[in-house]
Design a protein around this ligand. Sequence first.
Ligand code: ZN
Ligand code: ZN
Length: 343
Amino acid sequence: MENLEVVVLAGSSAITGIIGYYLWKEAKYLGHVKDAPRLTIDRNFKAIVDEAPKHTIPYAVVEGSVAALGTPLKSENASGLLGVIQTLICREHKTYWSGSTRLWHDTTRLIRNISHTVPFELRGNKASVKVDDPLSAVGLEIPIVHDSFEPSSTSLGEHIVSWASGEKTKGFQTMERMLSEGTVLTGVGMISTSTGTLMLGPPATSDRLYILGRTGFSGVVRDLQSKLNQLRFMLYVSGSITALLSALWAYRWYKQYCEKVAHEMQVERVLQNRAQDDNEGTNIDQEINEDNTCTICLTNRRDVVLLECGHICTCARCARLLQPPQCPICRQRVKRVVPLFNA
Ligand code: ZN
Ligand code: ZN
């Protein structure tokens, strides 16, 4: 039982530590985003980056509208919509008969999941910056431009077949996500002209996040802040559990310690009284034989009763050393040690 407590306490301490680490990391991310210079994509932009050390600004915020470099992607479902990142998903919805639950269950099966991307840039005022590796950025939620469900029509014959096979198709769901041209994106990352073109990309150090967001700079900050708040709450919960368990543990240890001291003092009194009695000659010495030697030291005579169990199995000296105060025969807790007098 006590081992389990140690395991739980160690586990909750470790979890608290891990959450604390992530909280520290996220707070650092947010701090860097708030401190990052906010630059405007205009005619002066390239000159500013060119003049920076190594033609690089390590971390900055820019905002511009998405424009494909080359031929943009065409939406399959929304006519006339052009974009730069496209995901096409098709799922089959079906029900199957489960023999164990004796019920029909719904499931889906992924039939198609394709992503296409084309290089793109963020356009500002008569200037633009190319976006490097956009899929590695966080915060870029690509909007759904199409989501439809087509129920499959089943004839009577197919109905009977599906009943017999225990599986039937309900229909097909088609979903398309697309980052369309003209979407205003906020990018936070490293800006460099070292390759000749202005480029926004992942920062060089791991304590900064590469972010692309559709809800403006305030949206980027808000998202990071809400993640931070979630982690703070989790830290509060796991920290409280750890503190509670530690307090419980400390209390139990203290109680055990008090019991130990009380037990020692009590047996000490028995020993003192015994010594006094011996001096006064009131205690009659009895022959020591196999039946009355202490079961612990195998030398002294058994001269105390352990209560509540009532076992007579040790000498007073050994009874004092019982830690925790427990009867060596029946393991019951020793509440009191009473001297045994043979008259
Ligand atoms: Zn003994
Ligand atoms: Zn006992």
